[in-house]
Each structure stands twice: as structure tokens, then as C-alpha cells.
Design a protein around this ligand. Structure first.
Ligand code: UT7
Length: 331
């Protein structure tokens, strides 16, 4: 039998840089309450959201991705030609095929890179990061661009009291590359197809066309809340264990920005010390799904609340249901 050569990569991988972009249109709770029976007080107390960003005229999923990715590549000190894989985590791309990643790569000046989209909803960024880490360590790619991006405003029924106040738009990107020390801990991930109806698209594309109705996102908020504050809390704890990190050693906590009350429950479960910096970008950006974790990472680093080299726990969870999390060294 002929023996095939195997690729060999870097001993470790790390996040080299982060960039993000949000739409320019700011919608506060009062604005949303024109369309749903709700109040600024209810939305603020139940979720932590005060305002969210929805696409303005001239902005798009692609434009947000381009802005976030351009910043991340520049901050990594790389040129586009040095990126050899592009992963876009999104559920907002209108085309069944081709994926967004190849055309985005070309528009960024990245040539002949592996490029594909990942559909893992609010866990999408952490799914992409897990794949990027594995690609770099296996020698399948040297520099991987991972983008988490959503324009959920395009799939939100503004009159749906269960979702209209929650979902939002944005994009975050990181570049993952080789490292002599480990900067990305083992991923903890999984799915529960028993709860596939917890967050759903109201119409599949075939029926949407037949019925002439644009699909939107439906959500059983209570079911997702319960899962996130029980099962996901355990998964977040496993992330720390698998990376060999105690709560005391953690500097930063960046959970998916789904609801501040979910974040509070996770904090209590994990018994994280007071000194841990906690992402709360949901306040200004709403729940922008796959984009929420990299946007929060960029915001904490840009404001100086978190510092390069610190240890951060991230966990994403959402439609599927799916989840993924890991401990990382901040770029
Ligand atoms: O990112 C993807 C994953 N998604 C999530 O993680 C979302 C998880 N779920 C949630 O964040 C929460 O379930 C929501 C924020 C969506 C809803 O909050 P909740 O505290 O779970 O509300 P609920 O559905 O249990 O309803 C509580 C009360 C009800 O009134 P009564 O029966 O207690 O009188 C609802 O009728 O709040 C009422 N309510 C509202 N009131 C004002 C429900 N929706 C609204 C609303 N405005 N929009």
C-alpha cells in the first residue's frame, strides 16, 4: 500500500487580531414599541437592551463583513494574499448557493483561498474558530479569516412581540494564525435536534415562494432561556476545565449577547470572581447572533476594559439548537 504524505502545521494557534462593524442606524426601544405591545422598561429589565443597530440604506451583510474583515487583516499586520482560508458564519445570506465566503474573499483581495459559509446561528463564530484552530494546527491553512455576521433585521417581523425587540445586525472578524504557545483552548460543542423548533424560520423557501410571504424568525424564548441557563452553563464550565483554567485565572467573559439575564445566571453558575470583565454589548447592539462575540471582543479591547494577552471564556448558543465555546488568549 502506498503511504501518503500528511500535512503538518503549527504546534498551536492563536487569534492574531479582531475587527468589527455595525450598521449606522440606531433604533431605541421607544421606536420598537411603535410596532409591538411592549415598553422601554420591559425590554431593558428583561434583556438589558436599550438600543440596537439595523441596516441603513446602502449597508448590507457584505459591507459589514468587508469592514470588519479589512480591520482584522490590517490589525494582524498581514496582507490579503497571506490569508488562505475564509470562513463566514451566518444565517443571513440570501443565496442558497454560492456561499458568501468566496465572493467576499475576492472583494478583500484574497486569492485562491478555501472559502465557505457555516450555518450554526448564534454559535457560528465559535464553530468557525474551532475549525480555524484545527486547520492551522493540521497545516491545512496558515492564516484563517473567521467572520461572524448577521443582518437579522431582514428576517425579523417587526410586529412579532416575541422577537422584534431582540434581534439585530453586525459583523465581527478575527484572523487565526500559527503560534508557539497555545492561544485557543479545546472547543466544547454540540447540538440538540430535539429542540429544533425552539428557534425557527417561519417558512422554508419553497413555501415562502408558494405563499408569497417573506419568512421571519420565530422563537420560543422561554425554552431557549431555560436551556441557556441550565445546559449551557454546564458547557461553559466544561470549557474552563478542558483548558485547565480555574474561574480565578479567568480575566474576561464573553458570552453570546442573547440576554443580560442569561449572562447573569451564567456568572452565578460559574462562580466567576468580581474582577472578571463581562461583555454587555447587548445594551447598545442587541442580539446580533454570530456577530455578537467578536463584536464584544473588539469593543472590550478598544475601550481598554480588556487587554491583549488576557484569558477569555467565550460561549455561543442558538438555533439548532447548537452551542460551542472555548477559552482564548485575547489578541
Ligand atoms: O440568540 C439566540 C438565542 N435566543 C435567546 O437566547 C433568547 C432567550 N430568551 C429570552 O431572552 C427571553 O425568553 C425573552 C427576552 C425572549 C423573553 O423574556 P421572558 O422573561 O422569558 O418573557 P416570557 O415569554 O416568559 O413572558 C413574561 C411576561 C408575559 O406576561 P405575563 O404572562 O407574565 O403577564 C408576557 O406576556 O412578559 C410578557 N411579554 C412581554 N411584555 C412586554 C412577552 N413579551 C413581551 C414584550 N413586551 N415584548
Amino acid at each position: 500500500m502506498t503511504t501518503l504524505k500528511a500535512s503538518t502545521g503549527s504546534p498551536y494557534a492563536r487569534i492574531l487580531s479582531v475587527g468589527s462593524a455595525v450598521p449606522s442606524r440606531v433604533l431605541d426601544n421607544e421606536y420598537m414599541c411603535q410596532f409591538i405591545d411592549s415598553s422601554d422598561e420591559w425590554i431593558t429589565q428583561r434583556t438589558g437592551i436599550r438600543e440596537r443597530r439595523w441596516l441603513a440604506e446602502g449597508e448590507s451583510l457584505e459591507s459589514l463583513c468587508l469592514d470588519a474583515a479589512t480591520t482584522a487583516i490590517a490589525r494582524a499586520g498581514l496582507t490579503a494574499s497571506e490569508i488562505d482560508a475564509v470562513l463566514v458564519s451566518t444565517v443571513s445570506w440570501y443565496h442558497q448557493t454560492p456561499a458568501l465566503a468566496p465572493s467576499l474573499a475576492t472583494r478583500l483581495g484574497i486569492t485562491d483561498a478555501a472559502a465557505y459559509d457555516i450555518s450554526a446561528a448564534c454559535a457560528g463564530f465559535c464553530y468557525g474558530l474551532a475549525q480555524a484552530e484545527a486547520l492551522v494546527r493540521a497545516g491545512q491553512a496558515r492564516h484563517v479569516l473567521v467572520i461572524g455576521a448577521e443582518t437579522l433585521s431582514q428576517m425579523t417581523d417587526i410586529t412579532d412581540r416575541a422577537t422584534a425587540f431582540l434581534f439585530a445586525d453586525g459583523a465581527g472578524a478575527v484572523v487565526v494564525g500559527p503560534s508557539q504557545t497555545n492561544g485557543i483552548g479545546p472547543v466544547v460543542w454540540g447540538s440538540d435536534g430535539e429542540q429544533t423548533d425552539a428557534i425557527w424560520q417561519t417558512n422554508d423557501w419553497k413555501h415562502a415562494v408558494e405563499q408569497g410571504t417573506w419568512p421571519s424568525l420565530g422563537m420560543n424564548g422561554r425554552a431557549v432561556f431555560k436551556w441557556a441557563t441550565s445546559f449551557i452553563a454546564g458547557a461553559a464550565s466544561t470549557c474552563l476545565e478542558r483548558s485547565g483554567i480555574t474561574p480565578e485565572e479567568l480575566d474576561v467573559f464573553i458570552p453570546h449577547q442573547a440576554n443580560n439575564r442569561i449572562t447573569d445566571t451564567l456568572l452565578r453558575y460559574l462562580k466567576l470572581p468580581e474582577k472578571v470583565v463581562v461583555a454587555r454589548t447587548i445594551q447598545h447592539y442587541g442580539n446580533n447572533s454570530a456577530a455578537s462575540i467578536p463584536i464584544a471582543m473588539d469593543a472590550l479591547l478598544s475601550s481598554g476594559e480588556a487587554k491583549s494577552g488576557q484569558t477569555a471564556l467565550m460561549i455561543g448558543f442558538g438555533a439548532g439548537l447548537v452551542y460551542a465555546g472555548q477559552v482564548v488568549t485575547l489578541p
